[in-house]
Design a protein around this ligand. Sequence first.
Ligand SMILES: *Cc1c(COP(=O)(O)O)cnc(C)c1O
Length: 377
Amino acid sequence: MIPFNKPCLIGNEIKYIEQSVLLGKISGDGQFTKKCHSLFHEKYGFKQSLLTTSCTDALEMAAILLNIEVGDEIIAPAYTFVSTVNAFVGRGAKVVFIDSKVDSPNIEWRDIESSITSKTKAIVVVHYAGVACDMDEIMAISRKYKIPVVEDAAQAIASYYKNNPLGSIGDFGTFSFHETKNIIAGEGGLLTINDEKYFPRAEIIREKGTNRSSFFRGEIDKYGWVDVGSSFLPSDMVAAYLYAQLEKVDEIQSKRVAIWNRYHSALSNLAHSGAFTIHRIPDFATNNAHMFYIVCTSLREREELRLWLRECGVMAVFHYQSLSSSEYAISRGMGKVLLNSDRYTDCLLRLPLFYDLDISDVDYISDCIINFYEGKM
Ligand SMILES: *Cc1c(COP(=O)(O)O)cnc(C)c1O
């Protein structure tokens, strides 16, 4: 069976974990965490980077920093992972769900403005498959109404919008290093903060609501309880694994892009004939090859193809169930029918894509898909 994903081991992970253990400090904010923070700063220019235990936690930190409370509203796409909105819902906010675009699962920015009310406290966007949303338009709305933007960049490491790294454009960016993402640490995440006014409080929230970080820098002579917070920082062993991956980010990316391009050239004829659509990378965006997906013409065909691939020994998988159609959203009065989001729920199929996937396997998988459609004609 060709799995859908296999966690990547690029070389120095185990060596660095051993080093972190032998250094005698394996709690958070040790040597490797600092190395990761500087690398993010140097390579992507993030003003502030804080490693977290997950992207979910980075989103929770953003919700705390934005003082989200009961009665607030946030705007978010329906076609996303639960954590994108749960971080805000957990603090009492209601989600106003927005549809995806016709030609992309990303948020339809044209529908944002009419959904803004006096209660709107954040616009949360998701760069699906690592492909940038329409950030100029979204940031213009944000400035007009003075509503902060959170970029859920969980899938978007090493991806750009008009030469700006994703995660550096909104007020906050949140990344995931879960083992299914491009750069991994098992479980892990990153909060990027692009507005300095949030810096001091972010450190405190991440350290259980204490000013321990400034104590360790020698700025104060004792630390205490100054705010709400939680334990959002990962062990330095996790950062050690992550650092080994980050050092090789270009190598990992070029392999993934080669796989993506191979799928694209093998399947583009079928896509031209109308069998399905392959996702388009807009001119303003780069392709970080987080995902290769196709959008079939119906739920039935997507399921037939998925099961056919399974018979061929290939694990292809669908993705999100539109959150606006979920039981929870409906029970909380947040349910609605969003046609594009529901279509991606029904018709989107993701193909195996991971660092160790052989090009010959990509060819095999593509042939299986071609055979499926030839059998139908
Ligand atoms: C993976 C993912 C998350 C969650 O990341 P974790 O690190 O597992 O918490 C959130 N949002 C999106 C869009 C994701 O793809």
